[in-house]
Design a protein around this ligand. Structure first.
Ligand code: NAD
Length: 484
């Protein structure tokens, strides 16, 4: 089995402990990685701090950082095919989706390369007696904690703007899927970033992750993961008042209006909830359908789900395995509980009879107050519910504590936009789930978190504003004017 390492202070390093990573499609061990401990975390933090103190990220012209990032983008594209196989085998996702993660990672580097030399301050007018200017300064050491569902693209989503702004970064990879991230780092090492600008360590969240969060050298935290861990991190970072970006979970609803186009909707349901086996923070996990279309759409979604292919990511199926046995058990238990609570399971609700961690695509008819309609499942499970009036639809869609994404499907754009503007969520999709991209801001409200990733706006999560105001002495100016 191949053994992967951590990257600290410009070098690949082994560790005393070893973590085995399983292939979710077979349940078999796939590779091992050095499991970082507190000592490794200390070394990573001190390397990042040395980089900050040296000024090697900030004394250079920002265009220099742009250049490094553009080289990194090219290098990431070059390895996308080979590295996708590793991501597919450690994570379970399809080869094509794994490759897309690397291509998206390259786009983040390219996109924020374009911004690195345009993080411009302003000058606030204060009258003749003063001159003011603002600057956007990097935080210093940015600690970034990454989840397993899109480890490569989410890593790049936070890493690229942080580097563009001139921070040094310590990334903690997720225990369940840390391997392909080492390939991302390996690809960008020769792009020119100074030593200590980026470290990657794979450690246990509760031990190493928590240590990084509480570390006195941590200037900023970027966390992407579950609400429970996000709350823990906020509590742990409260005493040091460390600023953070929190990208947490969701329970996103699509509202289907009377005039929605059926084939367009079904295409969006397919990607919205069954892509990556539903292990997507912004998954379309609830479908709220006008009563006049309810039976037709319920039938179409059930047919879609029961007709999907299921298998190893290497064979490009519609449905891939879940990340772990624990996640598979959790999803099946949630479905069982939904049935006990009175929900109607229309299709799915079973594991495949293999050693892989599969769950059949599942469609559940439920009422909005049930747990299955309110809690994040993180599996290939969609809950469908009818509504009578627009206000009822909005009430159901906004009726959870989350607020990551919401959507509307309907041909009359006046109606669709009227509903869209009343939905709670950091982003709203109209007539296509996952519409948008690297360029469009992404983040949550409520329990889904705060701060925004992606787009130009994200850069402001990686800098702090400094305002400088200078008083201009009156005398010189008076003398000058009297001389005229
Ligand atoms: P998780 O919260 O279990 O773990 C995320 C990361 O946090 C891992 O690297 C883990 O090791 C680390 N961690 C765990 N405990 C920690 C602690 N006490 N201190 C510091 N770090 C700790 O989440 P997960 O299961 O990896 O990911 C799934 C969750 O992530 C879902 O809820 C999903 O919605 C969310 N997610 C959100 C977004 C977004 O952009 N909003 C994107 C992807 C995933």
């Amino acid at each position: 089995m191949k053994h992967y390492l951590n990257f600290i202070d410009g070098k690949w390093r082994d560790s005393e402990s070893i973590l085995t990573v399983n292939n979710p499609a077979t349940g078999e061990p796939y590779a091992t990685i050095a499991l970082a401990g507190i000592d490794d975390a200390e070394q990573a933090m001190s390397a990042a701090q040395k980089c900050v103190e040296s000024g090697s990220m900030t004394k250079v012209r920002p265009a220099m950082r742009s250049g490094w990032m553009l080289k990194a983008a090219v290098a990431i594209r070059d390895i996308a095919d080979d590295a996708a196989l590793v991501l597919c085998r450690e994570n379970g996702k399809t080869l094509a989706d794994a490759k897309d993660e690397f291509l998206e990672a390259a786009r983040y580097f390219e996109y924020y390369a374009g911004l690195a030399d345009k993080i411009e301050g302003t000058s606030v007018p204060l009258g003749d007696g003063y001159i003011n200017f603002t600057e956007y300064l990097p935080f210093g050491v940015s600690v970034q904690i990454v989840p397993w569902n899109f480890p490569v693209s989410i890593c790049a989503r936070s890493l690229a703007p942080a580097l563009a702004a001139g921070n040094a970064v310590v990334v903690k990879s997720p225990e369940l899927s840390p391997l392909a991230m080492t390939m991302l780092f390996n690809a960008i090492l020769d792009a020119g970033f100074p030593s200590g600008a980026l470290q990657l360590i794979c450690g246990e969240g509760k031990e190493v992750g928590a240590h990084l969060v509480r570390h006195c050298l941590t200037d900023q935290i970027v966390f992407t993961g579950s609400v429970a861990t996000g709350k823990r991190i906020l509590a742990d970072s409260a005493s040091s008042v460390t600023p953070s970006v929190m990208e947490l979970g969701g329970k996103s609803a699509a509202v289907v209006l009377e005039d929605a186009d059926l084939s367009n909707l079904i295409q969006s349901v397919k990607t919205g909830i069954f892509f990556n086996a539903g292990q997507v923070c912004s998954a379309m996990s609830r479908l709220v359908v006008h009563e006049s279309r309810y039976e037709e759409i319920k039938r179409a979604v059930t047919e879609l789900a029961s007709g999907l292919s299921i298998g190893h990511g290497e064979h490009q199926p519609d449905i891939t395995p879940l990340i772990s046995r624990e996640q598979q058990t959790r999803v099946l238990q949630m479905i069982d509980k939904a049935r006990d609570d009175g929900a109607n399971v229309l299709t799915g609700d079973a594991a495949l009879d293999t050693n892989g961690f599969f769950v059949l695509p599942t469609v559940i008819e439920a009422t909005p107050e049930l747990d299955i309609a309110r809690q994040e499942i993180f599996g290939p499970v969609i809950v469908i519910m009818p509504f009578k009036s627009e206000q009822e639809a909005i009430g159901i869609a906004n009726g959870t504590e989350f607020g990551l994404v919401a959507g509307v499907f309907g041909e009359n754009l006046n109606d669709a936009l009227r509903v869209a503007r009343q939905l709670r969520g950091g982003q709203v999709f109209v007539n296509e789930w996952f519409a948008g991209g690297v360029e469009t801001p992404f983040g949550g409200v409520g329990l889904s978190g705060f701060g925004r990733e992606k787009g130009q706006e994200a850069i402001f999560g990686y800098v702090q504003t400094r305002s400088t105001t200078v008083r201009i002495a009156e005398s010189g100016r008076t003398d000058d004017s009297s001389a005229e």
